[in-house]
Design a protein around this ligand. Structure first.
Ligand code: 2GW
Ligand code: MN
Length: 295
């Protein structure tokens, strides 16, 4: 009779009621065919969600990699996260880096903590990006499972510019890539070579998801990252590297393990102001690839 979870009982709350004939958004898809909600501004009441997740004392781990020159992105990333990310909840910033001494000294709010995790550097940038799957799966079973309820795994070359809260949390969530929300399947930049483990046939796939923002419960993120890492290693043995590295493997995973929640491009935006985009919550920093990447 008991699921072991603490009972949630909401206090009296006053807000406008939902209305069957007045859907909050009619301009965008808000539900997938497998009934996973797609999160857009206007579709949720953060007050209700905050109350529910606070009563469970939810702790969220934010994983981010800052290897070599990418430590320069940490200051703005962390400062803006303090303003916009999971405000009012418990947060652990897991910073994977080869240069822990370069983590900026930022005072974080109560209930929040910066946790440096030392990792090795890889000479090829593709390897740095792909090895994130290995590192996240390793630390999920070694450490994260004991410390947090959910993991949010993101790129570091980013800044928060509006609220990103518990509305994103679910068993396993993925973000619709800002470059492909309107694209046809055939235009998705999935891996198309059958020899790769990331191969997706042209008549399959739902969305093109981005590698820079995914997450879920620690157990689900462990399964996802482990499977992607194993596929990356199998490719490596065949001397193959997927066209968009771990992003290709992530997309393959989601074809056959449907995400339980989707984040709209509000949650990973780059440039432009389309009408449907009411908020830009997390924005890519334009970078001079030649300089920052230093290949
Ligand atoms: C990456 C590319 C070239 C040279 C260096 C790096 C690099 C990446 C690095 O030197 N140090 C480092 O920490 N990184 C980490 O990998 C960092 O967290 C960064 O945000 C992440 C992905 O690299 P990034 O942001 O330069 O690649 P994007 O913005 O083009 O990312 C998309 O495609 C990638 C795969 O090629 C990933 O899937 C990524 O998640 C996507 O957003
Ligand atoms: Mn990036």
């Amino acid at each position: 009779l008991s699921d072991g979870l603490p009972e949630i009982e909401l206090p009296r709350m006053v807000y406008t009621k939902p209305h069957i004939f007045k859907p909050p958004r009619t301009d965008v898809l808000t539900m997938t065919p497998w009934l996973a909600p797609i999160i857009w501004d206007g579709t949720f009441n953060l007050e209700i969600l905050n109350e529910q997740f606070r009563q469970r004392n939810t702790t969220i781990g934010l994983t981010v990699f800052a290897i070599k020159k990418y430590v320069v992105f940490l200051q703005r990333f962390l400062e803006t996260a303090e303003t916009y990310f999971m405000v009012g909840h418990r947060v652990k910033y897991y910073i994977f880096t080869d240069r822990p001494e370069a983590i900026p000294n930022i005072t974080v709010k109560e209930g929040r903590e910066i946790v440096p995790l030392r990792v090795q550097n890889y000479p090829r940038w593709q390897e740095i990006s792909m090895r994130r799957m290995e590192m996240i799966s390793y630390y999920s079973q070694q450490r994260f499972i004991y410390e947090v309820d959910f993991l949010v795994c993101v790129d570091v070359d980013m800044r928060f510019s509006d609220s990103v809260g518990v509305e994103i949390l679910s068993e396993v969530f993925a973000t619709i890539h800002p470059g492909f929300y309107a694209a046809e399947r055939q235009a998705f930049t999935y891996e198309r070579r059958p020899i790769s483990e990331a191969y997706i046939p042209r008549d399959e796939g739902d969305f093109y998801y981005c590698g820079g923002f995914f997450g879920g419960t620690v157990a689900e993120v462990y399964k996802l990252t482990k499977k992607c890492h194993e596929a990356i290693m199998a490719d490596k043995n065949k001397n193959v590297e997927a066209v968009w590295q771990e992003e290709s493997h992530l997309n393959k995973y989601f074809v056959y393990h449907k995400p339980t929640k989707l984040l709209s491009p509000e949650y990973l935006w780059f440039t432009g102001n389309p009408h449907f985009l009411k908020k830009k919550r997390f924005i890519e920093i334009p970078k001079n690839r030649a300089v920052i990447r230093n290949k």
